[in-house]
Design a protein around this ligand. Structure first.
Ligand code: NAD
Length: 491
């Protein structure tokens, strides 16, 4: 069954056992962050709703786990094709409920589709190992087996991509999967599930459950769930990790971030300024890979500051569907107020306000949650804007004497999601590569986003668990390694 997603959208539905269902409990409105118009409504799922999905998943798992692997990947190939055919329609929905630009929405969907492509390689990726003559007359074999029903709880900032860090791998390995998307922008997930419905997965293999905190807790406490993936803020990631582990489940929980970019003396300053502003401000700064603490060698500090301010000034803030928009709207008025408070804290704590984006008005969208790029100079490591995640288009420049001091500043952070270095010195690059305490590191790359065939890193308060999202780590997370030991003494 297909729902009409042309505006005005119907309410968001659950997809359980191959059917669309209304979540049982009251939920919240979905509001376009640029226009302040209500675009949809999402109800929240009760314990009974969750239980029905888990049971449908368990039922589906019995057949699906023993379905030949070649047959398991056919619906994924269909899904990839459908995602590509509907990419612009999905991107439009995403812009309307999230606020980012059309280009960013298309890009995020492309990164999601890459994960579907990688998971189609499961016949090779899932193979185990075999060793003849492991001991006298004994051969040993390791196989990977799916485990049952998994869930993923995902954040608002990449509602089209992040579900695909998990879903394709979970089902390709033979598991059943339940997505609980962010309640702030769940419409794009619903449209993806309409495509899933077309792609030919057996009922119950892939399911969608909407809700908020209570729904998540019900999923984490349910005996029928084998494991949980989480992406979101650090305090919630910690809670999820502890609760799922206490319930004996596999768990991987990626949290928030505070990322640094180091600009060394030998860097190409024009290129570095362009990439630095884009890293900090793209998607309105609502990215876990945003590098917003800019650690600059003091010998080029003044020159670099000028270029960053010029680049930041050149950004066009507006509605994501309008041509020429570089930076869209922030997710909610509450989040916009929080970012404004962070800017206030920077001023109060003595940072130099070089560019103030607070007065922005976007003609025709007076009720939107807009902020223009805001640049601080001479920040230090005690300031809130340097220690805490801002999640808005705000960056701070911090002068240092040399590369060693830059590494020290970066590694003092509680977070370890990502960092970038701009340099033309191999020695700088090697030093940073060896010493950086971060999970994703870019050299002369502004945003260290790994391709789908590599895992998405993260350390310290940015990640709780051991196996990460994407790529080979997902195969390990979604399977159990069983050993066969065979002795045939007469052979
Ligand atoms: P969030 O933590 O508020 O919500 C994430 C998910 O958790 C949502 O589905 C929400 O319904 C659920 N949730 C919220 N509070 C909960 C609670 N108390 N108990 C159980 N479930 C709860 O995060 P967000 O605001 O949607 O997303 C932004 C955050 O995600 C940022 O901190 C960002 O850095 C982080 N993020 C991290 C990565 C990464 O790879 N490390 C990627 C993207 C986003």
């Amino acid at each position: 069954m297909s729902l009409d997603t042309a505006p005005p959208w119907e309410d968001v539905h659950n997809y359980v056992g191959g059917d669309w269902q209304e979540p049982s409990e009251e939920g919240q409105a979905i509001v376009n962050p640029a226009t302040d118009e209500e675009v949809s409504y999402v109800g929240f799922s009760s314990e009974e709703d969750v239980d029905a999905a888990v049971k449908a998943g368990q039922e589906a798992f019995e057949q699906w786990s023993s379905t030949p692997v070649e047959d398991r990947i056919q619906p994924l190939f269909n899904f990839k094709q459908l995602l590509e055919e509907h990419q612009d329609e999905l991107a439009t929905i995403l812009v309307k409920e999230h606020g980012k630009t059309m280009g960013e929405a298309r890009g995020e969907l492309r990164r999601g589709i890459e994960n579907v492509e990688v998971a189609c390689g499961i016949p090779t990726m899932m193979q185990g190992g075999h060793l003849p003559n492991a001991a006298p007359s004994i051969d040993e074999t390791a196989v990977r087996k799916p485990l049952g029903v998994f869930t993923a709880i995902t954040p608002f900032n990449f509602p089209g991509m992040i579900p695909l860090w998990f879903l394709p791998y979970a089902v390709a390995t033979g598991n059943a999967f339940i997505l609980k998307p962010s309640e702030q922008d769940p419409v794009v997930a619903q449209r993806m599930f309409e495509l899933i419905d077309e792609a030919g997965f057996p009922d119950g293999v892939v399911q969608l459950i909407n809700g908020s905190v209570d729904t998540v807790n019900t999923l984490l406490d349910h005996d029928g769930i084998q494991g949980a993936s989480f992406v979101g803020s650090t305090p919630v990631a910690k809670t999820i990790y502890e609760r799922a582990a206490a319930n004996g489940k596999r768990v991987q929980a990626q949290g928030g971030a505070k990322n640094h970019v180091i600009v060394a003396e030998s860097a190409d300053l024009d290129f570095a300024a362009k990439k630095t502003v884009s890293s900090a401000c793209a998607c309105g700064g609502e990215r876990c890979l945003a590098n917003d603490v800019v650690v600059v060698d003091e010998s080029i500090y003044d020159e670099f500051v000028d270029r960053v301010v010029e680049e930041a000034k050149s950004q066009t803030v507006g509605y994501g569907l309008d041509e020429g928009t570089d930076i869209g709207a922030l997710i909610t008025p509450e989040h916009e107020s929080r970012v404004r408070e962070m800017i206030e804290s920077g001023i109060d704590q003595g940072a130099e306000l070089l560019l103030d984006g607070r007065d922005i008005e976007v003609e025709g969208y007076e009720n939107g949650n807009f902020l223009a790029p805001t640049v601080f100079g001479n920040v230090d490591t005690d300031m809130t804007i340097v220690r805490e995640e801002i999640f808005g288009p705000v960056l701070g420049l911090l002068p240092v004497a040399n590369i060693d001091e830059a590494i020290d500043v970066m590694n003092r952070s509680d977070f370890g999601n990502a960092a970038s270095l701009f340099t033309s010195s191999g020695a700088d690059a090697r030093k940073v590569r060896h010493q950086a305490d971060v999970g994703n590191l870019g050299v002369n790359a502004g945003t260290a986003a790994p391709m789908a065939f590599f895992h998405f890193g993260g350390r310290k308060d940015s990640f709780f668990g051991d196996l990460h999202a994407q790529g080979e780590d997902m195969i390990h997370f979604y399977t159990d390694k069983q050993i066969y030991i065979e002795r045939w003494p007469d052979a």
